[in-house]
Design a protein around this ligand. Structure first.
Ligand code: IPE
Ligand code: MG
Length: 230
């Protein structure tokens, strides 16, 4: 969800005004995705690198996140959404952890879309944490020798091992990079970059991305599938 700062700057407002406006885009996108019947939506809300921003901006983002978690819970329940956090969550401010926990519990019975908020999330950190978790598991099982990892082992120790790999990765704000998002899971994701700044992102932008995605040929390193042939 990139481009909040630029959105504000273009209006002669402080960066935080862009983050505030970005909440409307979150609400619209979550609702549109749930209505489309998507299995999962993951939003990159705060990265392991975002702590480098000015303290005032970080504090504002945390406050905004808490407000979102409190105010949107009812709407999420009505939309049958199950919310969860993903990242190094124990390093988040305790109040944020509490609100996240409360929202997760309040929506735990949701059988529709899984809405994952990537918070204090980094793709490299996730892979490192998965390796360490696997090693810790092996140690508990008394295997103190070398631990050989397979794709499946690593997958099983990711923050949300049951989430499907993303089919489509949308980046707003026009930058052509992944910025440490879902590095493991995005191996074969289709990427859509739009110059639209996050606070301006709405259902029609989502539709445009999905329409483009539907025209892509996905080969996963193999050869093109010919319809009707194995
Ligand atoms: C993304 O918008 C919001 C978060 C990281 C939470 P930015 O704040 O990165 O906006 P730009 O890139 O400066 O426009
Ligand atoms: Mg940015």
């Amino acid at each position: 969800m990139d481009g909040n700062g630029r959105w504000a700057q273009r209006r002669g407002k402080p960066r935080i005004a862009g983050h505030l406006a970005g909440v409307s885009a979150v609400r619209a996108t979550v609702e549109a995705c749930a209505r489309l019947g998507l299995e999962a939506l993951t939003l990159y809300a705060f990265s392991t690198e975002n702590w480098k921003r000015p303290q005032t901006e970080v504090t504002f983002l945390m406050r905004l996140l808490r407000r979102f978690l409190r105010e949107e819970v009812e709407l999420m329940r009505r939309q049958n959404i199950r919310l969860q956090g993903m990242g190094r969550l124990t390093a988040l401010p305790p109040a944020v952890q509490r609100d996240l926990q409360a929202a997760t519990e309040a929506t735990a019975a949701g059988t529709g879309m899984v809405l994952t908020l990537a918070l204090n999330y980094g793709g490299r950190a996730e892979i490192v944490d998965a390796c360490n978790a696997r090693w810790e598991e092996a140690r508990r099982q008394g295997q103190t020798e070398t631990v050989t990892m397979t794709d499946r082992d690593l997958q099983a120790h990711l923050y949300s091992p049951h989430l499907p790999d993303p089919d489509l990765l949308i980046r707003t704000g026009g930058e052509m990079r992944i910025s440490n998002f879902l590095l493991w899971q995005c191996a074969y994701s289709e990427i859509w970059v739009t110059p639209v700044l996050w606070p301006d992102f709405r259902g029609q932008d989502l539709s445009r991305a999905i329409e483009d995605f539907q025209g892509r040929e996905r080969r996963y390193g193999g050869l093109a599938q010919v319809a009707g042939q194995p």
